[in-house]
Write a protein that binds this ligand. Structure first.
Ligand code: AMP
Length: 280
């Protein structure tokens, strides 16, 4: 496995893959890799000849109040895990490599990125699309593999790729959960046992919604009211949003369409921000 830290070196690896007629799958990550990322890498391996994993905590995607400096960084173990999982390249650019002094060009998607997390994190998706556009240009993959845990992020990137004709397929991998149902994230390690129980209530609300749909409920109002009630019983949970949306556009739905409606939840558990979702 190649470990690459500079943009020019990554570009020349990209050129070599092209010359050899090899297709590339890109797995973009913020690092501190875990089972969720591992599943994306495994899926990427089935979709292209070469798998490039990028490890980059994108400062443009972090808001002023979100502490980028505290984001866990484990580049050595990330590289080791990538090698173990059979990735071909781990690309670990520094912030200077990605956004050197004087960087002044941004990519903004202005519809899918607006609702849900776009409200509480107003500059987040602009950072995501700008960083992703640059990565796509440097790595030139045929496929980019992303996780359903960040459903809105995947939808925003898919829209940017379509609007700007990047010609890259977006493949979305299912959410990897711990045995108790908690979606795997880097933050899970920070949760106390009490906070973890509260976080599990979010998964519980998603499961309850699934059950209601199985029983024939179609009113988004009723499902949202039930989830709001369940989370309202939790002392440490502060709901940011509970929304039922079209999974491609992220627009609110009044009546749910089974198989084509996303229930997305974001909440604070004390000072930890949690997102989760389920397709209903
Ligand atoms: P992050 O490193 O948190 O920026 O995430 C990088 C990619 O991994 C994103 O596409 C995430 O959606 C995906 N990912 C992270 N955790 C999970 C998970 N538990 N299940 C599925 N995908 C995940």
């Amino acid at each position: 496995m190649q470990k690459i830290e500079s943009v020019p070196e990554m570009r020349s690896a990209t050129a070599q893959f092209k010359q050899a007629g090899k297709t590339v799958a890109l797995v973009p990550t913020s690092g501190a890799l875990h089972e969720g990322h591992a599943a994306l890498i495994a899926l990427a391996k089935t979709r292209a000849d070469v798998v490039v994993v990028s490890v980059f905590a994108n400062p443009l995607a972090f808001g002023a109040s979100e502490n980028l400096a505290r984001y866990p960084r484990t580049p050595e173990s990330d590289a080791r895990l990538c090698a173990e999982l059979g990735a071909d390249v781990v690309f670990l650019p520094s912030t200077e490599e990605m956004f050197p002094r004087g960087f002044s060009t941004f990519v903004t998607e202005e519809a899918v990125s607006k609702p849900l997390c776009g409200i509480s994190r107003p500059s987040h998706f602009r950072g995501v699309t700008t960083g992703m556009a640059k990565l796509l240009n440097v790595v030139q993959p045929a496929v980019v593999v992303m996780g359903q845990r960040d459903a809105q992020q995947a939808a925003v990137v898919r829209k940017m790729i379509k609007d700007l004709e990047f010609g890259v397929e977006v493949v979305v991998a299912p959410i990897v959960r711990e045995s108790d149902g908690l979606a795997v994230t880097v933050r899970n390690r920070e949760l106390t046992s009490g906070q973890r129980l509260e976080a599990l209530a979010i998964h519980g609300a998603l499961l309850k919604a699934k059950e209601m749909v199985a029983q024939g409920v179609r009113s988004t109002d009723r499902i949202i009211a039930e989830a709001t009630h369940l989370l309202g019983e939790r002392r440490r949970i502060r709901v940011i949003y509970i929304s039922m949306v079209d999974p491609l556009t992220m627009e609110q739905m009044k009546e749910m369409v089974p198989g084509a409606t996303l229930l997305a939840i974001a909440a604070w558990i004390d000072e930890i921000r949690v997102i989760d979702n389920v397709m209903l």
